[in-house]
Write a protein that binds this ligand. Structure first.
Ligand code: FAD
Length: 463
């Protein structure tokens, strides 16, 4: 029996339910398909990540005598071709939960089953599947706290699946050359900062998690909001591409749960994984959230498109140091700390009144962890129009946020080098010091107080 494993965002060998299932059946044909018509198309930072993740995974499969096949085009057509070429008898994959993907996968499953193949799909990326957590009345949750109370109680905590023994096919199957896919940037190659920061692939993911358990976890509850403290896991891109199993993470936190001092951090960390689950739950039940506000009254919000202001925000040239540090961290390294994401998103949607969808699009292109569920739900949360969102009138002040969460200005100095020589009591408001000391750093592009009032007035106009 030969089982084709269609790998998607489960680019790992450990605790991979579809791969383990296939290995138990007999010969395994692992395949990754680059879709031509993916909706929404992957952003540029994500493509960089995918290239390196596939390169690492291909090597893992090669070492086990079971080559990973790369093909490009329409998944249904490619799977059908491979079924013929390699005498495949069964097909399996781990499920994805974006609305368009669910529909597409269901159609492929039906078609292959109709042709007499055995088709199985598995949960390889969530602690609970989106439909498995229901309110007492049987519907979806809209508020995080009750959702997570219920969802956390349902986590099975089963032992994870080991890396399976793999038996490849006897005759070779044609594969594309990864380099021909053009996933990497060339003219110009802007990916130096990404390569400096990240190691895509399963080993990179597991090493990062080990490091977090050793040095970050103990500080997590107290310092996760402080961008210069290295108290976060930075696992989000690895989780997005499925290079590490969320069940593995969950289980490896269990020994810390009851430990004095660190137990609070372990539980806090688990509840952040809960936000990931909640976002997937929301996207599944409310498939319009990538483009439409969860709260319909926000459809009439008087947003203002302004390309000049948008460009200042994108380039980290707003004149507000914490915002600019975050946007430059994003541009240079494909990542931004969560606290700073909230501040820059609030600045865009409330101080600049630019629609949250415009910000989400920029994040989609530039984040290595760009994820439809997390990105859509988080942008809506900050903009005030999402499920269980921050109230609209909560407008982050980037100056006081900087003073509170980056009190020494260490994070700002790292990403905004023009301000490196300012003292910590000056760095959050550089317009108050002499121009010669701020190395060409721009003046604030807007007035915080006036734009805050404008935003509140716009919000009131909705009622
Ligand atoms: P940790 O603090 O170490 O948390 C562990 C894991 O929990 C993360 O890797 C992530 O998978 C999950 N998680 C943590 N916080 C959240 C959250 N608020 N919502 C959902 N999952 C969470 N996260 C993405 O993965 N992809 C996105 O595209 C994305 N876009 C965002 C856009 C905005 C405007 C905001 C405010 C947040 C966004 N987030 C997104 C959520 C969050 O900022 C990142 O998941 C987090 O910063 C990743 O860092 P970490 O892995 O060190 O997180």
């Amino acid at each position: 029996m030969t089982t084709l494993v269609w790998l998607r965002r489960d680019l790992r060998l450990l605790d991979n339910p579809a791969l383990s299932h296939a290995a138990r059946q007999g010969r395994v044909l692992p395949v990754y398909i680059l879709e031509d018509n993916e909706v929404p198309g992957m952003g540029r930072a994500g493509r960089w990540w995918l290239h390196h993740s596939l390169s690492a995974l291909r090597e893992q499969f090669r070492q086990r005598g079971c080559p990973l096949i790369l093909r490009r085009g329409n998944p249904q057509q490619i799977i059908e071709d491979l079924v013929q070429e390699a005498e495949v008898t069964a097909v399996c994959w781990n499920r994805l939960y974006e609305p368009a993907t669910i529909k597409r996968d269901a159609a492929i499953k039906e078609q292959l089953t109709f042709r007499g193949l055995e088709v199985r799909s598995f949960n390889g990326s969530l602690l609970n599947e989106p439909w498995a957590v229901e309110t007492g009345q049987g519907g979806p949750y809209r508020v995080f706290t009750p959702y997570w109370r219920q969802a956390a109680s349902q986590v099975a905590g089963d032992r994870i699946l080991p890396v399976p023994e793999l038996k490849g096919l006897e005759s070779p199957v044609k594969s594309n050359d990864l380099r021909d896919w053009g996933l990497l940037p060339t003219k110009p190659d802007w990916s130096g900062g990404l390569a400096w920061r990240w190691t895509p692939g399963e080993k990179g993911a597991l090493d990062r998690f080990d490091k977090f358990l050793e040095t970050g976890l103990q500080k997590y509850a107290g310092y996760r909001d402080f961008p210069a403290e290295n108290a976060i896991s930075e696992l989000s891109p690895h989780l997005h591409f499925g290079e590490i199993s969320v069940r593995d993470i969950w289980n490896r936190l269990t020994p810390f749960e009851e430990l004095a001092g660190i137990g609070r951090s372990a539980n806090k960390f688990r509840s952040e994984l809960g936000w990931r689950e909640f976002s997937a739950h929301l996207l599944y039940h409310f498939p319009h959230i990538p483009t439409e506000p969860f709260r319909p009254e926000f459809s009439d919000f008087p947003w203002q498109q302004d390309d000049e202001l948008l460009e200042c925000w994108q380039q980290g040239m707003t004149g507000y140091p914490l915002v600019d540090a975050g946007m430059r961290e994003l541009w240079q390294s494909g990542f931004m700390h969560n606290r700073v994401r909230m501040v820059v998103a609030s600045f865009l949607t409330k101080n600049l009144l630019i629609p949250w969808q415009t910000g989400a699009d920029w994040f989609w292109d530039t984040l290595v962890d760009a994820d439809l569920a997390n990105n859509s739900a988080s942008w809506q949360w900050v903009a005030g129009c999402g499920a269980d969102a921050a109230p609209y009138f909560r407008i982050f002040n980037p100056v006081t946020q900087g003073q509170k969460f980056d009190p020494q200005g260490k994070y700002i100095r790292q990403w905004v080098p023009e301000l490196r020589d300012l003292d910590s009591d000056e760095i959050h408001a550089p317009w108050q010091v002499q121009k010669e000391r701020t190395g060409g750093y721009p003046d604030p592009i807007i007035d915080l107080k006036a734009t805050r009032e404008r935003a509140l007035a716009a919000y009131k106009s909705l009622k």
